[in-house]
Design a protein around this ligand. Sequence first.
Ligand SMILES: [Zn+2]
Length: 403
Amino acid sequence: MRTFDKKTLYKNAHIIDPAQGIDAIGALLVEGDTISAIGSSITVDRDTEIIDLKGYLLTPGWIDIHSHVFDTVGDFCLPADVVGVHSGITTVADAGTSGLLTFNAFRETVVKPSKTRVYALLDPSLLYIATSDFIAHRLGFATSPKNQDMERAAAVIEENRDIVVGFKVRPTLKSGASSSPVMDTALPLAEKYDLPIMVHLGRFPADEVLPTEVLLKLLRPGDIITHAYQPRHGLYDAEGNLLPAAKTAIDRGVFLDVGHSGNDFSFKTARSGLAQGILPDTISTDLNCFNIDIIGSLALTMTKFMALGLSLTQVIERVTINPAKALRKTDEIGSLKPGLTADFTLAEQVDETAQLQDGNGGTLSVSQILKVRGVCRAGKFSWIDQMPFDEEMEPEAVLANSQ
Ligand SMILES: [Zn+2]
């Protein structure tokens, strides 16, 4: 069968694959939907299509582990392919906009029809619906123990092990309660199925959350803190120093994810974290309908971190092999190793000045911008001339919350 696969050689690209320690001009051979060779020069036969990528950066397909793409329910999410392949992202993880009762709809209306590979960080509650008016919080079901059903959660996970890669927990609780019902459900399930928990750091308009220091103690190695540079309810004290409980969690092996969002990220907090050696393990957007103007894209979020001091290789590592490790999917994504599905992102570093914003009133001047130029998903390559939200980038900050 393989002899009939279409063969394409992508040559002369600047290949950066941190997982394999590759940073060189080279070539990538794709047969059908699979990477078959990578190297400085690859000999091919006459029926191989050749695409010259001189001047472009070719990396493993980018992964956004904090996105909201359940756009068929509620009014909060964006279409998976808009956040995904149309923006040069080959894999997204929906961070808790699906719950148990809506999971089948998520699989049928989002995962199946999307070109982008879509994983779920499942909210293990019976019902979670992400809306612009935070209905799950206003109606009280985000804090209700009646919204938890351990057996049903186990059944949904067992039926969907191919797409459930972990849990997303907003550690909400009723006023005066000492524990968070959703966290109480997630912890034993995460142990049983050996899955990571991504926790939201910050507040919700209508709900209390576990105090950060209490939450941090519950996290296990491999769990993920998103909104790691949250300026108000995060990992730092009022002077910007890392909390001792956060240091203990990081030393224990808890991952830090950016989860940019509308107002859960600030340049000031990121600068202070980076100055203390607190680098993110993964860079993600938390893109949803209400923060497009601030975030724009994963590429722009990476651009911000380069302007804050990370190298090109460091930001690529944080959208390729590191998120693959966080989602425990290194056998499928995050690298250009022969045998893996041919997912890659084509980008370019362009000399261009811009004022970027953090959603909290902070601005950052950049003189180089990372721009996506193409994407290959499962062997299908396309050039990207226009990113979905390029036109909508506005200078004013629009305050938006994250979920
Ligand atoms: Zn989110």
